[in-house]
Design a protein around this ligand. Structure first.
Ligand code: ZN
Length: 394
């Protein structure tokens, strides 16, 4: 059997997915005896995509894993922190920083950034979709649009950002939940008839799996929704995945199906919508009476967050390239409104604009290669995200 193109975990750990210029840098620094010079590097982002005011930090757990065992200290905001790219004074906010001999992590910059740039983009888009959906569930359906090796990464990041469920088996295992899904059009086609497909699902699939009937395969959504309500005992919801060529006004289709179900007493049957959804459409459909959303490409192909890693201190002295702020910074956060500021001293917490005293927000995760804090379950990180979204005046 041929191998897939994705990198082996070992290759990533050894730095083989890194950009070649780091390998060359290592060779030069080694020859000149500079590999062990102590440095401090920070991870920052100048601006967020699409003028997002805030983002969700995600993927730091994998950064911890790649740095574990290297002679470095790692400080980071907790995974699932909502953050702004800059503090209120306009200083780029370090979301993580590494302290140690440069040779210990030079070749890991590329994979370390890759872990958080993509995952944070996905988590942020999931959070935005969740905000748009209000109290309604959002399920991550986007793994099919990315390389399968990424499925657990996509699902974990979506879940942490606020998705209520994920569709892939490996993704669900990683976040400790049962996978979420309904039925594909192929089942209806293979069964030859919608009613047969609905009945067969009811007969064969474990009763703990919510009954959700896909009601747009052959006929009108309204007609198939009523067929499902009659053919499927315990029907939780119908799913509308109407193709683009038939959509017209999707909110109106939702309203009409909702009306017909209510008219016939199926008020407990929800209308779950999937297919080409994004945060704007979710809002419209929620207002039209949809009961839940399956969101694919807009989450799994979310804009990536362009984090960069830069040296800010060398041999104990502040130094930085043009455009970066040199020196060790301590990151503080307001416990109430989640505003950030940096201070040059750990014992000098800034005051928030709300009057509250800010708290030191970084966690020392690794000391001299040794992990200091245990891995957090995805569910706990997700709760942190939802809590902040409820409070943030960001
Ligand atoms: Zn405040």
């Amino acid at each position: 059997m041929g191998r897939f193109f994705s990198a082996e975990h070992d290759d990533i750990q050894k730095g083989l997915t890194t950009d070649v210029y780091f390998q060359r840098t290592e060779a030069i620094l080694k020859a000149k005896g500079l590999l062990d010079v102590h440095t401090r590097s920070e991870v920052t982002v100048a601006d967020l995509p699409d003028a997002w005011p805030w983002a969700v930090l995600c993927g730091t757990e994998e950064v911890v894993r790649i740095l574990e065992g290297r002679e470095v200290d790692l400080y980071a905001l907790p995974e699932g922190s909502l953050f702004t790219p800059r503090t209120r004074r306009g200083v780029k906010l370090p979301v993580a920083s590494i302290d140690g001999p440069y040779g210990q992590y030079c070749s890991l910059e590329t994979p370390a950034l890759g872990f958080i740039c993509y995952a944070s983009g996905v988590a942020t888009m999931a959070a935005r979709c969740k905000l748009a959906a209000g109290s309604l569930p959002v399920i991550s359906f986007g793994v099919r649009r990315m390389h399968p090796a990424m499925a657990p990464v996509i699902d974990r990041s979506s879940f942490i950002g606020g998705c209520d469920g994920v569709s892939s088996l490996k993704g669900a295992e990683l976040v400790g939940k049962a996978a979420s899904g309904t039925m594909p059009h192929s089942l209806v086609i293979m069964m030859g008839d919608q009613r047969e497909a609905f009945k067969a699902f009811g007969e064969i699939i474990d009763p703990t799996v919510p009954r959700v009937a896909l009601t747009d395969t052959f006929f009108d959504e309204k007609a198939e929704a009523l067929m499902a309500a009659e053919a499927m005992p315990g029907l939780r919801s119908v799913r509308l995945d109407t193709p683009g060529s038939r959509r017209g006004n999707m909110a109106d289709i939702v309203r009409e199906v909702r009306w017909e179900l209510d008219l016939r007493g199926y008020t407990n049957v929800g209308v779950f919508v999937s297919g080409g959804l994004d945060e704007v459409k979710i809002k419209e459909l929620a207002a039209a009476g949809a009961s839940g959303f399956g969101v694919g490409t807009s989450i799994s192909n979310a804009p990536t967050i362009d984090f960069a890693m830069d040296i800010v201190e060398k041999a104990g002295k502040p130094i930085a390239k043009r455009g970066k702020f040199a020196g060790r910074k301590y990151v503080f956060k307001c416990p109430d409104c989640l505003e950030y500021e940096v201070s040059l001293r750990r014992d000098d917490p800034p005051k928030c604009s709300c009057g509250e005293e800010m708290r030191w927000a970084e966690v020392k995760v690794i000391e001299k290669g040794k992990r200091l804090v245990p891995e957090e379950p995805a569910e706990e990180i997700r709760r942190r995200v939802l809590r902040q979204m409820g409070r943030a005046a960001l």
